[in-house]
Design a protein. Structure first.
Length: 247
């Protein structure tokens, strides 16, 4: 296992593309500059945006994050403003490609625009120790633990390397590439016609019975089962010949 994850270092922001080459320092906090190429963030507003995002993202479950700021639409011609506030629009997920709102709160003409941002979230994950072909059955030696960019793809990263041992790759992995759910073949827990255990689970209780699978029990896909009393129910395959129904 690798050493503990590094702590957040805001000074590393130079590793990412700034808002624009023409970013200007402003005397008023949050002011916008209006160069010929379109509006650009001043240094104080850039810092405000980064602080706002990192304050929402970094915590016990997210050891480290970095923010890359994009450009405002170059076609914008915004009225002069002495104070601009940054905010997170309702429903926005600060993960990968996202956006932050900017609104003028001290100027002759109110306006509101959106700044594209990319939020890189880092955490522990598993990567291929060597190139692995599609169809390969994963073993302990195939994986190593390291810090990865969790937000790089939509498919979830694998938090537990032991849990995927014996699983088959549905797509190849290059050395150092993060292992994600999308790379694994779905498991078939049972076939149609097989006898399965049916567990009905509710708040604080569980009822166990048996039935006949009417469809194949593929991982992550609902399955239909005829119970011993002849009733057809739907549930999720959760293990070898086991179907779970949530009440």
């Amino acid at each position: 296992m690798n050493s503990p994850l590094p702590t957040l270092r805001p000074s590393r922001r130079a590793a990412f593309a700034p808002v624009a080459a023409a970013v200007l320092a402003c005397t008023a906090v949050g002011a916008l500059a209006q160069p010929t190429g379109g509006p650009a963030l001043g240094a104080p507003l850039e810092a405000q945006v980064r602080q706002l995002i990192l304050g929402r993202v970094v915590g016990p479950a997210t050891p480290r994050a970095e923010v890359a700021l994009g450009r405002l639409d170059p076609r914008l011609r915004l009225a002069a403003c002495q104070k601009v506030d940054a905010y997170i629009p309702s429903g926005t997920r600060l993960w990968g490609s996202s956006r932050v709102g900017l609104r003028c709160v001290d100027g002759p003409t109110p306006w509101n625009v959106y700044l594209p941002v990319t939020v890189h979230v880092f955490g522990p994950g598993w990567v291929a120790a060597a190139p692995l072909p599609a169809g390969h059955v994963l073993a302990q030696a195939d994986l190593r633990s390291t810090e990865i960019n969790l937000s790089e793809q939509r498919s979830p990263a694998i938090p537990d390397g032991q849990a995927v041992l014996g699983r088959t790759l549905g797509q190849p992995l290059s050395a150092g590439q993060a292992l994600r759910e999308v790379a694994l073949k779905s498991r078939q827990w049972f076939g149609p016609g097989e006898t399965v255990q049916v567990r009905a689970v509710g708040g604080g209780f569980a009822i166990v019975g048996s039935g006949e699978a009417l469809t194949a029990g593929m991982e992550g896909q609902p399955v239909r089962v005829r119970t011993d009393n002849g009733k057809v129910v739907s549930g999720m395959p959760v293990g070898e010949r086991v179907v779970e129904i949530t009440l």
